[in-house]
Design a protein around this ligand. Structure first.
Ligand SMILES: [Zn+2]
Length: 294
């Protein structure tokens, strides 16, 4: 188990602060170039930013000088105003952040949005747990938007910001560090939580996995995983997703037949993970149950 309040080295230039599921804090990444220090995702609150700053200081490292935001979800952006850095996000991320900035984040308004199907209960509960007092909460947009791809020169270290989309959030952007052979995925490989039952679609996920695996990377950092995945661990996760997604698309909405097929083909006992992935692909066979305002 990695200490949650410490930065952990991944490569010579890359460090990561672990995710904390208690209030849905995502993993934060730090890329130390010779000139610039790039932070990947802004954290879910001023307190999360404070934890990061303290961890950086404790290791006598440089504070971040720029920020990349992987997608619009609250846990990746609520710390951005506190950081107050030159920042990068996809055009869609910024469009949605503009909408979020106009919303009332008080308890009553948040509860109402959940009742209206515009916010999900899980995020509401986590927002309340992370930020009891939201009277000072400010949501800011990124200072630079990216249409498809942008390469930053951090000083002897390039960072490629690539908009990839996906089921989880259609505005998702990854950060690829070629010299370090590391990819920060944000949440792009996860399921969609915002349109009713959690959904995955083969049409979005399969090409995305292919695109990610085509990058010559040794490590893949998914924001809510406990630690960065090695290439072979990521390949195994991708393989499982593709396997179950393919069976669901072949057999259609027949959970029993699907589960039998999964256990036969994988030759392992079924886990909760298998069930969840199957349910998400089953939900993905139909159109979304809920229309998002975003
Ligand atoms: Zn997310």
């Amino acid at each position: 188990m990695h200490a949650l309040d410490q930065l952990h080295p991944l490569t010579e230039r890359i460090f990561w602060l672990p995710a904390d599921s208690r209030t849905d804090r995502p993993m934060l990444g730090l890329v130390v170039g010779n000139r610039e220090c790039l932070l990947i995702d802004a954290g879910n609150s001023p307190a999360h930013v404070g934890l990061l700053r303290n961890a950086i200081q404790a290791q006598a490292m440089a504070q971040p000088t720029c920020l990349a935001i992987t997608h619009w979800h609250w846990d990746h952006v609520f710390g951005a105003a506190t950081l107050n850095l030159p920042s990068y996000a996809s055009q869609e991320t910024n469009r949605i952040l503009q909408v979020l900035a106009t919303l009332d984040w008080g308890d009553a308004a948040l509860d109402q949005r959940v009742a209206d199907g515009l916010e999900i209960a899980f995020c509401r509960d986590m927002i309340k747990a992370e930020l009891a007092d939201r009277s000072q909460l400010q949501i800011v947009t990124a200072t630079t938007t990216i249409e498809q791809q942008l390469t930053l020169d951090l000083g002897n270290c390039a960072a490629e910001l690539i908009v990839v989309g996906g089921d989880h959030a259609h505005d998702s952007m990854i950060v690829y560090l070629p010299s370090q052979a590391v990819v920060f995925l944000g949440d792009c490989i996860y399921d969609d939580l915002y349109h009713g039952s959690r959904r995955l679609t083969t049409s979005q996920l399969f090409p995305l996995l292919e695109r990610l695996l085509a990058l010559p990377a040794d490590y893949y950092c998914a924001s809510h995983h406990e630690q960065p995945l090695t290439r072979s661990e990521f390949e195994a996760e991708a393989q499982l997703l593709r396997h179950i997604g393919t069976i669901v698309s072949q057999l259609g909405p027949d959970p029993e037949a699907i589960l039998t097929q999964i256990s036969q083909q994988l030759a392992t006992p079924l886990t909760e993970d298998h069930h969840e992935i199957m349910q998400a692909f089953l939900a993905g066979l139909a159109l979304p149950e809920v229309k998002s305002i975003y």
